[in-house]
Design a protein around this ligand. Structure first.
Ligand code: GLV
Ligand code: MN
Ligand code: MN
Length: 417
């Protein structure tokens, strides 16, 4: 495409199809054949980077992978005082994921540059494929975006399930952990734009292809352990047991009840490790995760305090001991009003509603938004489904997102002139 397409131009469809084909291509880079599972700095991430390199080379972009494993492609503006607009999302996935969470936002960054290939821009554009947003491998999310804002160093000694540190994972991937500081975004940053699937049902229910994100809910993630006493399942009477799993189960239900009774609160126990894990042994230890989110930090914090108090009470009643560790807390993040107003203008100019939505999912924009102006555009999720292999996106919605994104970049160019 030599000039950027006009509104009903079939070139939008071609561009959207190329983006979806690229997502399908990236889906082939997986740790588990037959699924899409691509965690932080796993071997298949090399394949994902190589595939993106091909498209970036086509666009004449310089690419590199920084020491945190973020894939970065830069289009430089000839203007000497140019600032940088960052467009991105993440390339890691949850286990058995869909093909679009994160990946689509990275790919659409390239699509937007393709659409504006022949249009000079008064700002540099850096497209970033963040290495880690999901928190799957190390239990701590946003390692990639933390590196861009210069706060990843504190995570280097965190270990994964195999006992490997983040620092070792970086080295094993072939990167130089000593240059982690260079991953920090330097220079004058104009802002951050992230395009992402909604991952929820709201846009579909409202028959809207796109949504303007006004804020991202805050979240707390914890690891908890309940410890009782492993013993023989046949010989130990019920009244003499100290079963860690029944205690953990009471906690799981307490979390569900609290969230059901607190408007806007969501609480999830997504992982349980039961030890020793045999059918004829009373569970002696259970390790579990808790993920708690709300758009208001006060509500989330109060809920967390109540749940921890309940964990203590459950443990006491059942003769268990328990520990908890806060693995991560991110505050609710409003998007930048000025950049969001520009995105709203772009939505309206392309004939879309600009009604705002709150994101219950976390995004790299939470981290970049702490330092630079950030704005997010959602694409409708068919069936409201995400973190699932059937996650989908509609081709016309991708076209619409490209039209709005391109309009946004043009409006930003006018402002930056
Ligand atoms: C990221 O997908 C999250 O858990 O919100
Ligand atoms: Mn996700
Ligand atoms: Mn995501």
């Amino acid at each position: 495409m030599t000039t950027s397409p006009t509104v009903n131009d079939p070139a939008w469809s071609e561009l959207a199809q190329r983006a979806l084909a690229c997502c399908a291509d990236l889906a082939a880079c997986t740790e588990v054949p037959g699924q899409i599972t691509r965690t932080f700095l796993s071997a298949p991430m090399h394949g994902a980077h190589a595939r993106l390199d091909v498209w970036a080379a086509d666009l004449g972009l310089d690419t590199q992978v920084d020491a945190a494993g973020n894939w970065r492609a830069t289009r430089r503006s000839p203007r000497p005082d140019a600032r940088t607009l960052v467009i991105g999302s993440h390339l890691d996935t949850v286990p058995n994921a869909g093909a679009y969470d994160g990946v689509l936002g990275v790919v659409l960054g390239l699509s937007l540059l393709e659409a504006l290939r022949a249009t000079p821009l008064p700002y540099h554009v850096e497209v970033v494929g963040f290495s880690e947003e999901e928190g799957v491998r190390f239990g701590v999310p946003f390692i990639g975006s933390r590196a861009l804002i210069g706060t990843a160093d504190g995570l280097l000694q965190v270990t994964d399930a195999q006992g490997k540190t983040v620092a070792q994972a970086i080295t094993d991937y072939g990167l130089d952990v000593g240059t982690l500081g260079d991953a920090q975004l330097s220079g004058d940053v104009l802002g951050y734009l992230e395009l992402h699937i909604e991952q929820g049902p709201v846009l579909e229910a409202e028959a809207r292809p796109l949504g303007l994100v006004e804020a991202i809910a805050g979240q707390s993630r914890l690891s908890l352990t309940f410890t009782g006493k492993a013993n023989h399942a046949g010989t130990t009477p019920m009244r003499l047991r100290r079963d860690a799993l029944t205690g953990a189960s009471a906690f799981v239900l307490a979390a569900e009840t609290l969230a059901q009774n607190t408007p806007g609160l969501v609480a999830t126990v997504g992982s349980l490790i039961v030890l020793p894990g045999a059918g004829n042994v009373i569970p002696g230890e259970v390790q579990l995760t808790l993920d708690l989110r709300h758009a208001q930090d006060e509500v989330r914090r109060e809920a967390l305090a109540r749940l921890l108090a309940q964990a203590g009470q459950i443990a006491e009643e059942r003769g268990l001991s328990w520990t908890s560790e806060l693995r991560m807390e991110e505050l609710a993040t409003p998007m930048n009003p000025a950049l969001t107003a520009l995105l709203e203008q772009a939505l309206r100019a392309e004939g879309h509603s600009a009604a705002a939505v709150v994101s219950g999912a976390g995004h790299d924009a939470m981290l970049l938004g702490q330092v630079w102006p950030a704005a997010m555009l959602f694409l409708r999720s068919p069936g409201g489904l995400s973190h699932h292999p059937d996650e989908a996106v509609l081709l016309p919605d991708v076209e619409a997102a490209l039209q709005v994104g391109t309009r946004f970049l043009r409006l930003l160019a006018e402002e930056a002139r």
